[in-house]
Design a protein around this ligand. Structure first.
Ligand code: GRF
Length: 188
């Protein structure tokens, strides 16, 4: 069984989807722990309620990103984690984790990269009046949403779409798509 660590800064709905897919036996892996950099992240209660260990550390409490990530690396080593799965982790990953987990850190981004990288990707796409947008899962490198693309899923923008309906639709698709990509990744 491959071991995963999920990194999230927010709500954690993608964590939940991955967890449920594993519980249903669809992914041959286990979640060792959830890591969050935010004290009030919704993912904390979601993880606790299904008995997954949660670790919270804030980068501002460390001298630098390097010291912050060395502490995270200790946890990853302790649990012998194979892959880091970013799911709404709102920080650039630094050299300490990138060099230890080369090609073993992935992220989900709610647009068809390289279009609409960075924050509020769904809003950016909506305001650009695109007819299709989507979801990208990619390997993480030092850039913002720039690593090699693993898989993409197109989501259509309907003529009567609102920002709220588009957000809801993209999240629904993410919750199916991310577990599928992870399933393929861990079974390679
Ligand atoms: C998702 O839209 C994901 O694509 C992006 O951040 C959001 C996280 O949502 N990277 P959640 O915290 O998993 O609900």
């Amino acid at each position: 069984m491959k071991k995963l660590a999920i990194f999230a800064s927010g709500n954690g709905s993608n964590f939940q989807a991955i967890y449920e897919s594993m519980k249903a036996g669809e992914i041959e892996a286990e979640i060792s722990f959830v890591f969050t950099d935010k004290v009030n992240a919704g993912v904390i209660d979601r993880a606790k309620s299904v008995n997954i260990p949660v670790y919270q550390l804030a980068q501002k409490d460390f001298k630098s990103k390097e010291y912050f990530e060395q502490e995270i690396l200790k946890l990853l080593n302790e649990y012998k984690v194979d892959f880091i799965i970013l799911a709404g982790y709102m920080r650039l990953v630094g050299e300490t984790l990138l060099s230890s987990y080369e090609n073993r850190i992935i992220n989900i981004h709610p647009s068809l990269l390289p279009a609409f990288a960075g924050k509020d990707a769904i809003g950016q796409a909506f305001r650009a009046n695109v007819l299709v947008t989507g979801i990208t899962v990619h390997y993480v490198d030092a850039g913002m949403d720039t690593g090699p693309i693993i898989a993409q899923q197109v989501v259509e923008v309907n003529p009567d779409e609102t920002i709220e309906s588009l957000e809801a639709k993209i999240h629904r698709v993410e919750h199916i798509f991310y577990p599928q990509v992870i399933k393929d990744l861990v079974s390679k």
